[in-house]
Ligand binder design. Sequence first.
Ligand SMILES: CC(C)(COP(=O)(O)OP(=O)(O)OC[C@H]1O[C@@H](n2cnc3c(N)ncnc32)[C@H](O)[C@@H]1OP(=O)(O)O)[C@@H](O)C(=O)NCCC(=O)NCCS
Length: 146
Amino acid sequence: MLEYREMIDTDLDIVTEAEGRSHAFPWTRGNLADSLAAGHGAWLATEDGKMIGYAILMLAVDEAHLLNITVLPEFQRRGRGSLLLNFLFDQARLKACTRILLEVRPGNVSGLGLYRRNGFAEIGRRRDYYRAQNGREDAIVMARDL
Ligand SMILES: CC(C)(COP(=O)(O)OP(=O)(O)OC[C@H]1O[C@@H](n2cnc3c(N)ncnc32)[C@H](O)[C@@H]1OP(=O)(O)O)[C@@H](O)C(=O)NCCC(=O)NCCS
Protein backbone atom coordinates (compact mmCIF):
# COMPACT_ATOMS: atom_id res chain seq x y z
CA MET A 1 0.00 0.00 0.00
CA LEU A 2 1.25 3.48 -0.80
CA GLU A 3 1.63 6.04 1.94
CA TYR A 4 2.26 9.72 1.43
CA ARG A 5 4.12 12.32 3.41
CA GLU A 6 5.27 15.86 2.75
CA MET A 7 8.72 16.31 1.20
CA ILE A 8 11.12 18.19 3.45
CA ASP A 9 14.63 19.63 3.02
CA THR A 10 16.32 16.52 4.38
CA ASP A 11 14.72 14.48 1.56
CA LEU A 12 16.50 16.50 -1.11
CA ASP A 13 19.50 14.18 -1.43
CA ILE A 14 17.46 11.04 -2.15
CA VAL A 15 15.00 12.92 -4.35
CA THR A 16 17.82 14.51 -6.38
CA GLU A 17 19.41 11.09 -6.85
CA ALA A 18 16.08 9.58 -7.91
CA GLU A 19 15.35 12.52 -10.23
CA GLY A 20 18.70 12.02 -11.95
CA ARG A 21 17.96 8.44 -12.92
CA SER A 22 14.27 8.88 -13.74
CA HIS A 23 14.30 11.81 -16.18
CA ALA A 24 16.20 12.64 -19.35
CA PHE A 25 16.24 16.27 -18.16
CA PRO A 26 16.20 16.04 -14.36
CA TRP A 27 15.49 18.88 -11.98
CA THR A 28 18.59 19.92 -10.06
CA ARG A 29 18.80 19.89 -6.28
CA GLY A 30 18.47 23.68 -6.53
CA ASN A 31 15.25 23.41 -8.58
CA LEU A 32 13.81 21.06 -5.96
CA ALA A 33 14.90 23.28 -3.06
CA ASP A 34 13.40 26.35 -4.78
CA SER A 35 10.12 24.51 -5.17
CA LEU A 36 9.98 23.66 -1.45
CA ALA A 37 10.94 27.24 -0.56
CA ALA A 38 8.17 28.54 -2.81
CA GLY A 39 5.68 26.54 -0.77
CA HIS A 40 4.55 24.20 -3.52
CA GLY A 41 2.82 21.02 -2.46
CA ALA A 42 5.49 18.31 -2.49
CA TRP A 43 5.03 14.73 -1.36
CA LEU A 44 6.89 11.46 -1.24
CA ALA A 45 5.07 8.22 -1.93
CA THR A 46 6.43 5.38 0.17
CA GLU A 47 5.91 1.66 0.36
CA ASP A 48 7.12 -0.20 3.46
CA GLY A 49 8.89 3.02 4.44
CA LYS A 50 10.85 3.21 1.18
CA MET A 51 10.40 6.02 -1.32
CA ILE A 52 8.96 4.78 -4.60
CA GLY A 53 8.07 8.16 -6.09
CA TYR A 54 7.29 11.80 -5.47
CA ALA A 55 5.33 14.69 -6.89
CA ILE A 56 5.26 18.47 -6.85
CA LEU A 57 2.09 20.46 -7.33
CA MET A 58 1.63 24.22 -7.49
CA LEU A 59 -1.67 25.15 -5.91
CA ALA A 60 -3.23 28.41 -7.07
CA VAL A 61 -6.61 29.89 -6.20
CA ASP A 62 -8.77 27.49 -8.15
CA GLU A 63 -6.28 25.71 -10.35
CA ALA A 64 -3.48 23.28 -9.64
CA HIS A 65 -0.41 22.90 -11.83
CA LEU A 66 1.42 19.59 -11.83
CA LEU A 67 5.15 20.34 -11.95
CA ASN A 68 6.68 16.92 -11.42
CA ILE A 69 5.47 13.36 -10.95
CA THR A 70 7.97 10.55 -10.78
CA VAL A 71 7.83 6.85 -10.01
CA LEU A 72 11.30 5.35 -9.64
CA PRO A 73 12.21 3.18 -12.65
CA GLU A 74 12.18 -0.10 -10.71
CA PHE A 75 8.58 0.54 -9.55
CA GLN A 76 7.07 1.78 -12.81
CA ARG A 77 4.20 0.35 -14.81
CA ARG A 78 2.40 -1.29 -11.90
CA GLY A 79 -0.24 1.34 -11.19
CA ARG A 80 1.67 3.46 -8.69
CA GLY A 81 1.83 6.53 -10.93
CA SER A 82 -1.96 6.51 -11.22
CA LEU A 83 -2.37 6.15 -7.45
CA LEU A 84 0.03 9.04 -6.83
CA LEU A 85 -1.76 11.17 -9.41
CA ASN A 86 -5.12 10.47 -7.78
CA PHE A 87 -3.65 11.43 -4.40
CA LEU A 88 -2.68 14.76 -6.01
CA PHE A 89 -6.22 15.22 -7.32
CA ASP A 90 -7.48 14.82 -3.74
CA GLN A 91 -4.93 17.33 -2.42
CA ALA A 92 -5.96 19.85 -5.08
CA ARG A 93 -9.66 19.34 -4.29
CA LEU A 94 -8.92 19.93 -0.60
CA LYS A 95 -7.58 23.36 -1.65
CA ALA A 96 -10.78 23.98 -3.65
CA CYS A 97 -9.10 23.62 -7.04
CA THR A 98 -11.48 22.73 -9.84
CA ARG A 99 -8.93 22.02 -12.56
CA ILE A 100 -5.44 20.63 -12.88
CA LEU A 101 -3.02 21.57 -15.66
CA LEU A 102 0.37 20.29 -16.78
CA GLU A 103 2.97 20.42 -19.52
CA VAL A 104 4.52 17.30 -20.99
CA ARG A 105 7.14 16.65 -23.66
CA PRO A 106 5.57 15.25 -26.87
CA GLY A 107 8.08 12.37 -26.74
CA ASN A 108 7.33 11.39 -23.14
CA VAL A 109 5.40 8.20 -23.84
CA SER A 110 4.97 7.16 -20.20
CA GLY A 111 3.89 10.64 -19.08
CA LEU A 112 1.40 11.03 -21.93
CA GLY A 113 0.07 7.54 -21.28
CA LEU A 114 -0.37 8.18 -17.56
CA TYR A 115 -2.18 11.47 -18.14
CA ARG A 116 -4.50 10.21 -20.90
CA ARG A 117 -5.36 7.15 -18.85
CA ASN A 118 -6.31 9.43 -15.94
CA GLY A 119 -8.62 11.80 -17.76
CA PHE A 120 -6.35 14.56 -19.07
CA ALA A 121 -6.96 16.03 -22.52
CA GLU A 122 -4.65 18.17 -24.64
CA ILE A 123 -5.69 21.83 -24.59
CA GLY A 124 -2.79 23.43 -26.44
CA ARG A 125 0.93 23.66 -27.07
CA ARG A 126 3.68 25.93 -25.83
CA ARG A 127 6.34 26.54 -28.44
CA ASP A 128 10.01 25.90 -27.55
CA TYR A 129 9.09 25.38 -23.91
CA TYR A 130 11.68 22.74 -23.04
CA ARG A 131 15.41 22.46 -23.37
CA ALA A 132 16.11 19.50 -25.65
CA GLN A 133 19.07 17.49 -26.91
CA ASN A 134 19.41 19.78 -29.94
CA GLY A 135 17.85 23.11 -29.07
CA ARG A 136 14.30 23.43 -27.79
CA GLU A 137 11.12 21.39 -27.94
CA ASP A 138 7.42 22.23 -27.63
CA ALA A 139 5.27 21.30 -24.65
CA ILE A 140 1.85 19.72 -24.86
CA VAL A 141 -0.46 21.41 -22.35
CA MET A 142 -3.06 19.11 -20.81
CA ALA A 143 -5.89 19.72 -18.38
CA ARG A 144 -8.43 17.76 -16.38
CA ASP A 145 -11.44 18.92 -14.38
CA LEU A 146 -11.41 17.83 -10.77
C1 LIG B 1 5.08 8.76 -15.90
C2 LIG B 1 5.24 7.85 -14.67
C3 LIG B 1 5.09 8.69 -13.41
C4 LIG B 1 4.14 6.78 -14.71
O1 LIG B 1 4.26 5.99 -13.51
P1 LIG B 1 3.82 4.46 -13.49
O2 LIG B 1 3.80 3.99 -12.08
O3 LIG B 1 4.65 3.71 -14.45
O4 LIG B 1 2.32 4.59 -14.06
P2 LIG B 1 1.15 3.49 -14.04
O5 LIG B 1 1.72 2.12 -13.84
O6 LIG B 1 0.11 3.96 -13.09
O7 LIG B 1 0.62 3.60 -15.55
C5 LIG B 1 -0.58 4.23 -15.86
C6 LIG B 1 -0.77 4.21 -17.35
O8 LIG B 1 0.18 5.07 -17.98
C7 LIG B 1 0.55 4.52 -19.25
N1 LIG B 1 1.99 4.22 -19.23
C8 LIG B 1 2.84 4.25 -18.16
N2 LIG B 1 4.09 3.94 -18.55
C9 LIG B 1 4.05 3.74 -19.87
C10 LIG B 1 5.01 3.41 -20.86
N3 LIG B 1 6.31 3.23 -20.53
N4 LIG B 1 4.61 3.28 -22.14
C11 LIG B 1 3.32 3.47 -22.48
N5 LIG B 1 2.35 3.79 -21.59
C12 LIG B 1 2.70 3.92 -20.31
C13 LIG B 1 -0.26 3.27 -19.43
O9 LIG B 1 -1.47 3.61 -20.07
C14 LIG B 1 -0.51 2.87 -17.99
O10 LIG B 1 -1.61 2.05 -17.83
P3 LIG B 1 -1.46 0.45 -18.14
O11 LIG B 1 -0.20 -0.01 -17.49
O12 LIG B 1 -2.71 -0.12 -17.52
O13 LIG B 1 -1.41 0.33 -19.62
C15 LIG B 1 6.62 7.11 -14.70
O14 LIG B 1 6.76 6.42 -15.94
C16 LIG B 1 7.81 8.05 -14.53
O15 LIG B 1 8.15 8.41 -13.43
N6 LIG B 1 8.44 8.44 -15.66
C17 LIG B 1 9.64 9.28 -15.61
C18 LIG B 1 9.32 10.67 -15.13
C19 LIG B 1 8.30 11.39 -15.99
O16 LIG B 1 8.41 11.42 -17.20
N7 LIG B 1 7.27 11.98 -15.34
C20 LIG B 1 6.23 12.73 -16.04
C21 LIG B 1 6.65 14.10 -16.39
S1 LIG B 1 7.13 15.09 -14.97
